[in-house]
Design a binder for this molecule. Structure first.
Ligand code: SAM
Ligand code: SF4
Ligand code: SF4
Length: 351
């Protein structure tokens, strides 16, 4: 069962509790460092839409590392303890380890992680990231079968190279999780082989229900493979038992293999939404703050930073935004009454 009581297992933070309208604290910050990506995953950046004429954020529009650091300090002052770097493909941003070093030095940040497709992750890069303070990495891999994986990333990138990068990351001291988005008719036949590949490896595999993020991926409910079906498939092969959440606001529902070969997680944002304990804020590459993955309207923090606001003014603005937050898109979707409007795209604010 998910823990939805803020007090009980919330990460300890010395910061004053600023709660949103649904009594949720801010604990996690996801920073998208670029909207560029070298993959064209069919569920995220379909080629037909994201061709050569698509306009991505230009260099001057991106928040600079010192601007991200400055904002992150104020997020930490407000209660954020955990930062995840994402994108687009975050490793396409040159010298990402410099940003990791800046963020890991911020008081109050106890957990710094990265989500990546790992296509450019070498052993040397993994070591540089680890030396700068990165401790955890989530590598996206949707299939082991080369045909299926290459069809999904749609640029012919081999699964074998992602598997090599996973080994390099682990050898560099990074704790590794694997993210697999499951889309019916595309890679659902890979659910069991992926579990077989990663059980006993020390890496946790997390299945992600295909989500209706953005407006451009042609999402259909029939293509979602719900958590119960994923668990039934894996559990029929290797019996599973539930694991209690480690902390308040954890996104994955966790299960362990009864035979002691590790655990899996399922992110069930469609079949069992978890808005009630959602503590996540998201920063886009050009400094827009979104308080929900399915947000339609960001708050312009870049204008604030570049307009000469003091740290106190930035803090006050963040606190005001959070206090007014009432997002619970996934719960409303389940109830059949989602808010209307153009949603921000996944490649823009990350997962
Ligand atoms: N490019 C990096 C990567 O793929 O790991 C980081 C950004 S990507 C947007 C973050 C995560 O979101 C990935 O694990 C990706 O598979 C997942 N994702 C993208 N589109 C999704 C969708 N429509 N439904 C569920 N997960 C999605
Ligand atoms: Fe790129 Fe990640 Fe989106 Fe795939 S999921 S297109 S790798 S941003
Ligand atoms: Fe959080 Fe929005 Fe996702 Fe609900 S739909 S869990 S509020 S990001």
């Amino acid at each position: 069962m998910r823990n939805t009581t803020p007090g009980r297992r919330a990460e300890s933070s010395a910061a004053p509790q600023v709660l949103d309208t649904l009594h949720r604290p801010m604990r996690d910050l996801r920073i998208s460092v670029t909207d560029h990506c070298n993959f064209r995953c069919v569920y995220c950046m379909p080629k037909a839409v994201f061709g050569t004429r698509y306009h991505f954020v230009g260099h001057d529009g991106l928040l600079r590392f010192e601007e991200i650091e400055r904002l992150a300090r104020q997020f930490a002052a407000l209660g954020v303890t955990k930062i995840r770097l994402t994108g687009g493909e975050p490793l396409l941003r040159p010298h990402l380890e410099d940003l990791v070093g800046r963020l890991s030095a911020i008081e109050g940040i106890s957990d710094l992680a990265l989500t990546t497709n790992a296509s450019t992750l070498t052993r040397q890069k993994a070591e540089a990231l680890h030396a700068a303070g990165l401790r955890r990495i989530n590598v996206s891999l949707d299939a082991l079968n080369e045909d299926v994986f290459q069809r999904m990333n749609d640029v012919g990138f081999p699964a074998a190279r992602v598997l090599q990068a996973i080994d390099d990351a682990a050898a560099s001291g990074l704790s590794v999780k694997i993210n697999m988005v499951v889309r019916r008719g595309l890679n659902d036949q890979e659910i069991v082989p992926m579990a077989g590949r990663f059980r006993g490896s020390g890496h946790v595999l997390r299945y992600i229900e295909y989500m209706d993020v953005g407006n451009l991926n042609g999402w259909k409910l029939e293509e979602v493979v719900p958590m119960r079906e994923i668990l039934a498939l894996v559990g029929a092969q290797w019996p599973l038992e539930p694991v209690s959440p480690e902390r308040y606001g954890e996104v994955a529902t966790r299960y362990r293999f009864v035979d002691g070969q590790g655990e899996i997680g399922v992110i069930s944002s469609i079949s069992q939404p978890f808005c009630g304990s959602c503590t996540r804020a998201r920063l886009s590459p050009e400094g827009q703050l979104f308080t929900c993955l399915f947000g339609t309207q960001g708050h312009d923090l870049r204008a604030l930073v570049r307009g000469g606001a003091s740290d106190e003014e930035i803090y006050a603005r963040l606190a005001d935004i959070w206090r007014l937050r009432d997002d619970r898109y996934s719960e409303l979707r389940t109830a059949g009454t989602p808010k209307a409007g153009q949603k921000v795209e996944m490649f823009h604010i990350g997962g």
